[in-house]
Design a protein around this ligand. Sequence first.
Ligand SMILES: [Ca+2]
Length: 133
Amino acid sequence: MRTALAVCVCMSALVGVCDVFASVTIEGAMVRLDMTEPTTNSDGTPLKDLKETVGLYVIPGQNEAEAECGRAPATAVTGGGAVTIICEVPVGSNQEADVKFRARAIDLVGNESMSTPDVILRIDHLPPGAPSL
Ligand SMILES: [Ca+2]
């Protein structure tokens, strides 16, 4: 099964400026996060020190704890490139969950951007019960 959600999410604090696009694709419990790096700082000035993008997920019901699924090195310190992170989400057989995905950009000294808005994807490995005869 392959379901693609294409979502435009914005890491910039500037209203009307959307410079991070993310889409999420699910194949089993491997979830692919496709993102475009920001090109500006949170105050709108040109970005010159991007280090990496971090992908995160939250499985509801587990204290809403955020788990990291990977980091993609910056394509350039000025950002703007396309990066992909593969998330292996621990939703096992006989489980289903509405998993939230988000990402943040990190600069060379470790400052983190605001998170993208969550992209929620249902991972369902739970079949229905048997019908009655
Ligand atoms: Ca900086």
